[in-house]
Design a protein around this ligand. Structure first.
Ligand SMILES: *Cc1c(COP(=O)(O)O)cnc(C)c1O
Length: 391
């Protein structure tokens, strides 16, 4: 089967008019992804909250909002952004190991659905702030289930010694506090074990742990009305054109099969990367081609300041030469940016149709964790943003 490319000659023609570097978002693909996601969510009767930290571009958020998703936020400013684009407060969840007093106060005032609490001390602070405001805080306990995500060290969050979530040894004290404090309303339990997880067995292991944990809660006399399993579903960075839309149905099916779900329980997910990852690309222009002793460098006008994933995680992104006409020979390049750091590369040992000064390259699968992690290091200008529905 011939794969469909995101970049037809007409689109490349239109893109070549914009000043580089810029993020390009294929809104049609985002909509198809959301349709697939919503169908699967309905089939398995689950609620999906979009994790704003993957990409908080207002135009994309309002499209995501159109499809009825909730929002998953990890800062007060993300809650603010979610409210601004019209996510209803009752569909917003708020996680994060370091919520400030001000962020907690704003969350209480906005009356969001749930604060996912990540430590015993945070629970005490929330109880105190709710008491002072004479409000009832709706909370879920984010529990560290000690499940290996099998992904990159830096995006693994659910092992015993990771900083995220309440360690199991502290859970009994948290339960005692919940039972004694009228200003806290216990909604349920929350987990998020990591990101870019491609082995679905990892989620099966999570389910089995969650079953034990919720049984324990029931024994303590605390009904768990909401189960929030977090996010983490991976995307295909190796071949985005072969798998532009993640297999949401298989993902939800794992939970349907292995999680003991009671009739009165709702299931929640917080998906970020899998919603927006494939619809974005970073478009950059080749400034220079330099032949080293053994390596050939394509020096481009985007770098770690626009896409830090290769530098931060050694992440792979497919790179396409959009300009090259058929028949150009392929060579192996290191695609590097202009920033004064040796870690400033977008790809190493990349096979590309011969690269020439002025060519446009697309760094693929850059819809998630790219623009949101941008910096102005070296006093670089912020990159532009182009949407397919505005071309
Ligand atoms: C980052 C994050 C997510 C989203 O993770 P993805 O891998 O992008 O799906 C969900 N929940 C929490 C608490 C997070 O921190």
């Amino acid at each position: 089967m011939k794969k469909k490319s995101m970049f037809t000659p007409e689109i490349v023609q239109k893109l070549s008019r914009f000043r580089t570097p810029f993020y390009y978002y294929d809104v049609g693909l985002l909509r198809e992804t959301l349709e697939t996601l919503c169908q699967a969510a309905e089939q398995y009767d689950v609620n999906v909250h979009y994790a704003l930290k993957a990409n908080a571009e207002p135009h994309l958020l309002s499209i995501i909002r159109e499809y009825g998703l909730g929002a998953d936020c990890v800062s007060g400013n993300e809650i603010q952004r979610a409210l601004e684009v019209g996510f209803p407060p009752e569909a917003i969840v708020f996680a994060g190991v370091g919520k400030t007093d001000l962020e907690i106060e704003h969350a209480l005032e906005a009356d969001i659905f749930c604060l996912n609490v990540e430590s015993l001390q945070e629970l005490q602070v929330i109880a105190e702030l709710a008491r002072l405001k004479d409000r009832i805080a709706s909370v879920a306990l984010r529990i560290n289930p000690n499940v290996e995500a099998g992904t990159h060290e830096y995006i693994t969050t659910g092992r015993e010694e990771d900083k995220f979530g309440i360690p199991w040894k502290d859970v009994p004290a948290a339960v005692e506090l919940l039972q004694q404090t009228p200003h806290l309303r216990f909604l349920g339990i929350h987990f998020h074990i990591g990101s870019q997880i491609t082995d679905l067995n990892v989620f099966k292991r999570l389910c089995l742990r969650v079953n034990d944990i919720q049984r324990w809660f029931r024994q303590q006399g605390l009904p768990v009305l909401h189960l929030n399993l977090g996010g983490g579903l991976g995307i295909d960075y190796d071949d985005p054109d072969a798998h532009p839309i993640p297999d949401f149905a298989s993902y939800f099916q794992i939970f349907d099969r292995y999680l003991e779900r009671r009739a009165d329980q709702t299931l929640h997910f917080e998906l970020g990367r899998s919603v927006v990852g494939q619809c974005g690309a970073l478009i950059t222009r080749v400034l220079y081609v330099k032949q080293g002793v053994e390596r050939r460098y394509a020096i481009v006008d985007a770098g770690m300041t626009e896409l830090i994933r290769p530098a931060l995680y050694g992440a792979y992104h497919q790179i396409d030469n959009l300009t090259a006409e058929a028949g150009r020979k392929s060579f192996t390049y290191d695609v590097v940016g202009p920033v004064c750091e040796s870690s400033d590369f977008l790809g190493k040992d990349v096979s590309l149709a011969e690269v020439r000064r002025g060519d446009l390259l697309a760094i693929r699968s850059a819809g998630a964790y790219a623009a949101v992690m941008a910096s102005q290091y070296n006093l670089r200008d912020p990159a532009g943003v182009v949407f397919s529905d505005m071309l």
